[in-house]
Write a protein that binds this ligand. Structure first.
Ligand code: ADE
Length: 259
């Protein structure tokens, strides 16, 4: 690897608060995500529900699924081949992936070509915030042992791991990235400020939430939340968030520096 394909670039207004305050970003913002996959059907159902579907209907975002196999040649439209190293497992070939990417690039410029892979830096809210400021991104879903390294060296601009475990293909990771980015777009969720209070936006986990009934089987909602005292409630929520973060994710505040 001769470049750092990390995705933490661009410092200006990469907090969600900063972006929402930036009117030029919020006005008529529209994001296009092109996903390259060998399993477009698998992804279709995911994007036809809830917030993502609404964001698409509200013209906040467009998601286009492309079958990499459509860019493969030969009778079997092969997209994978044996590893030169002789190791077990197939490798995704460069030709169909390159053709798929070039076909898209012919139509428009892309801000990032993202490759979800377990051997990358971990995905964070900070990266999601930054990606949500971009106009056009490609997400390339890997399969088998991964893609030919030349794809990563020459075509991919940003690599993301969604956690220290391995899943079968990049589709679920692409869905995670897409969901986390689209929910941040202005107009994607009805109460925009709700995204501001998500876990991780201040490098803090969210405080606990409650709804009616105020008492169930003797289990009570904390008194303060029923008091109507907004200032005290705000203070309580912050204390809870700090407590939870210290208990469950004591290293979290440091992650801001590492991205
Ligand atoms: N593909 C397989 N495992 C993955 C992971 N942990 N993160 C991103 N992409 C992956």
């Amino acid at each position: 690897m001769n470049k750092d394909p990390g995705c933490e670039k661009q410092e200006e207004s990469d907090t969600l608060q900063g972006r929402i305050e930036n009117r030029t970003f919020a006005k008529n913002f529209f994001m296009r995500i092109d996903i390259l996959t060998i399993l477009p059907e698998l992804m279709e159902s995911f994007f036809s529900h809830s917030i993502i579907r609404r964001a698409i209907e509200n013209k906040v975002a467009e998601i286009h699924l492309h079958n990499i196999r459509d860019h493969a040649t030969g009778k079997h439209r092969q997209v994978d081949d044996y590893a030169f190293s002789g190791d077990a497992g197939m490798v995704m070939m460069i030709e169909p992936v390159d053709r798929a990417i070039q076909a898209l690039k012919k139509e428009r410029d892309y801000d990032e070509v993202i490759y979800p892979t377990p051997d990358a830096k971990p995905y964070t809210q900070k990266i999601a915030n930054r990606l949500s400021t971009l106009r056009n991104i490609i997400i390339l879903c890997g399969h088998y042992k991964g893609v030919d390294q030349r794809v990563r060296d020459h075509l991919v601009t940003c690599e993301i791991s969604i956690g220290d475990y391995v899943i079968t293909g990049g589709e679920l990771a692409a869905a995670v990235i897409t969901d986390s980015v689209i929910r941040l777009l202005p107009g994607a969720i009805s109460d925009e400020t709700s995204a501001l209070t998500d876990s991780f936006q201040d490098n803090l986990l969210s405080p606990p939430v409650y709804t009616r009934p105020a008492e169930y089987k003797g289990w009570k909602v904390p008194e303060i939340l029923l008091s109507g005292n907004r200032k005290e409630i705000f203070k309580w929520k912050h204390e809870q968030a700090v407590r939870r973060t210290r208990l469950l994710r004591p290293g979290l505040p440091d992650r801001e520096e590492t991205g």
